[in-house]
Design a binder for this molecule. Structure first.
Ligand code: ASP
Length: 590
């Protein structure tokens, strides 16, 4: 390594190992702690590679140097010169990386002093996030931020190297661009040279990467910054980073295989190898039916079962009413081994209500029949059939939801499934990584507020069956499936992509189906249609959300912990104070 030895240092802390005992060295870094033991000073020195104990006896320094040594405070930047020596047996410092050696310093130079600090990096958990984001220079020194940013870098470096060896090249696409519809609001930048005209910051490089395919690049990727002006939810940022990929002459499984392979390699590279079983693939419909969401967490089972048939002839008035109006009944079994107390069941019911669902009805399976306070409303046959449909697990708790709208019903049951899993402690284990592919999403969705169809993925996604383009029939369009795929990790979407419409005539037709008029199509997407009409290969791709991906890997509560300079939930930057008012003529040029 060229820079392990620089003008200031002879070694990095990580290089100071027992084999080098007796070697004179200059080490640089931040002083983490200072202790005075009977006049001898003990420092913990931290650099980007590790920590080491440094011992300095001021009695062996000139009176001026001794006085200066006494001034050194935590978070000062210091260069120590000395000799590495083994620590006496029994005194090894277990909290430091280099625990069996220490530097016996005979000189030092203060390189940077720290004014009094709002918090110590090692105390980051004790201060508010606002504080940490404001004093990010201090926070970034913490073990957590150091580890997170280094892991993020390693993952990205691994992706880059894997894609490079597959013949992908990184191409930069513009930030001053034209609106790309990914379903969010654009950030706009006024153009000084074209008064009244605006650039849009890209919501994704979608159209550029497709034009790169028409341009014969064939295999593109980019670690791309994307901008979406959305109302910020807990784990969203107005600007975020995607690993954006596009390839020509591929189908869905080609893209999925590639992505699975580069993820496996990246996890291997960061010491988290996955078991070799391929990522499960389930359809959107299965995901929603069995788990009540299109991004299911499969670290645990808890499968939703449709009990509508079982209750077909029920006289239980509550369910009867719902079934008669075309509704459904769903059940969820929680294995008896969890032995949930009455109180826990009430907690699930209360939380379900808080989340906007009905409090689920419940009971247990006992000796092959369903028993509950509801049981008196149910026939013997029904009680047996419920037990059987729910897997007949002795003492399993069964939760029910009934409702008229199948979509809402499933979403509610999906929420209850997660609430139960949380309560049972099944979701907290972030070391366990459960990837799945969700495929075959609907292609279009009717948006009643706009009175038109919207694309479920985006308007450039191909349907699985191209013959739908010939149809005007609502039912055909509404039941069409998209050639798209989402990658889900521990119940969170970490990526999504699709095979694209690569024929200009079909892309134009899609935009018409979405209700765009001829002129609007030309004005907004003429450049894409033109490129597709100039000889475009079949192509498809995906984008992985790097912030979310790394925050799951590191078990971070917030994606802000894997981004060096994130925005707060109100879209501001406490460090710089952005966004700010700008004087009419802009800031003074420096
Ligand atoms: N552009 C899409 C997105 O940002 C990803 C893709 O379809 O490749 O979600």
């Amino acid at each position: 390594m060229i820079l392990s030895h620089t003008a200031y240092r002879s070694h990095l802390v990580a290089q100071a190992t027992r084999e080098l005992a007796g070697t004179p060295m200059h080490l640089c870094g931040w002083v983490e702690t200072v202790r005075d033991h009977g006049g001898v000073l003990f420092f913990h020195l931290r650099d980007a590679t590790g920590k080491l104990q440094v011992i300095l006896d001021p009695g062996r320094l000139s009176p001026e140097a001794a006085e200066e040594a006494g001034r050194i405070r935590p978070e000062w930047v210091v260069m120590f010169s000395g000799t590495l020596r083994p620590r006496p047996p029994g005194t090894e410092h277990t909290s430091l990386d280099s625990k069996d050696i220490e530097l016996e310093a005979h000189g030092f130079e203060i390189l940077g002093v720290a004014a009094s600090l709002p918090f110590r990096p090692q105390d980051r958990d004790k201060v508010s996030e606002e504080r940490r984001l404001k004093d990010r220079a201090v926070d970034l020194r913490s073990d957590t931020m150091q580890a997170n940013l280094r892991l993020r870098h390693k993952v990205v470096a691994s992706f880059r190297s894997s894609l490079d060896s597959e013949g992908f090249i990184e191409v930069e696409t513009p930030c001053l661009a034209k609106s790309t519809p990914e379903g969010a609001r654009d950030f706009l930048v006024p153009s000084r040279l074209q008064p009244g005209a605006y650039f849009a910051l890209p919501q994704s490089p979608q159209l550029f990467k497709q034009i790169l395919m028409a341009g014969g690049i064939e295999r593109y990727y980019q670690v791309a910054r994307c901008f979406r002006d959305e109302d910020l939810r807990a784990n969203r940022q107005p600007e975020f980073t995607q690993l954006d990929i596009e390839a020509s002459f591929v189908n869905e499984s080609d893209v999925m295989c590639l992505v699975e392979a580069i993820i496996r390699k990246a996890l291997e590279d960061v010491g988290r190898p996955l078991d070799p079983k391929p990522f499960p693939i389930i359809t959107y419909q299965e995901a929603v039916d069995r788990y009540g969401t299109d991004a299911p967490d499969l670290r645990f089972g808890l499968t939703i079962v449709n009990l509508t048939r079982v209750f077909a002839d029920t006289e239980f008035h509550l369910f009867r009413k719902i079934l008669d109006s075309g509704g459904q009944v769903l059940g969820l079994a929680i294995p008896g081994s969890f032995q949930l107390s009455r109180k826990s069941i009430e907690t699930i019911r209360a939380k379900a209500e808080e989340a906007g669902a009905e409090a689920p009805a419940w009971g247990h399976i006992e000796a092959g029949v369903f028993s509950s306070s509801l049981a008196k409303f149910l026939s013997e046959k029904e009680r047996k059939a419920i037990a059987e449909a729910m897997g007949n697990g002795e003492n399993d708790l069964i939760l029910f939801q009934a409702g008229k709208d199948p979509k809402t019903l499933r979403l509610n049951m999906g929420r209850i499934r997660l609430l139960a899993a949380d309560l049972l402690g099944l979701t907290g284990e972030h070391r366990h990584l459960s990837f799945i592919w969700v495929v075959r999403f609907p292609w279009l969705e009717w948006d009643p507020s706009r009175g038109r169809y919207v694309a479920v993925h985006h308007p450039f996604t191909s349907p699985v069956d191209l013959s739908v383009f010939q149809s005007e029939t609502r039912s055909v369009l509404e039941s069409a499936l998209a050639a798209s795929y989402d990658l889900v990790l521990n119940g969170e979407e970490v990526g999504g992509g699709s095979i694209r419409i690569h024929r200009a005539d079909l892309q134009r037709r899609m935009l018409e189906i979405l209700g765009l008029g001829k002129e609007e199509i030309e004005a907004r997407f003429g450049f894409l249609l033109q490129a597709l009409a100039q000889g475009a290969p079949p192509h498809g791709g995906i984008a992985l959300g790097l912030d979310r991906f790394t925050s799951i890997l590191t078990g971070s509560e917030s994606i802000r912990d894997v981004i060096a300079f994130p925005k707060t939930q109100t879209g501001t930057c406490p460090l710089t104070g952005a966004p700010t008012q700008v004087a009419r003529r802009g800031y003074l040029r420096l």
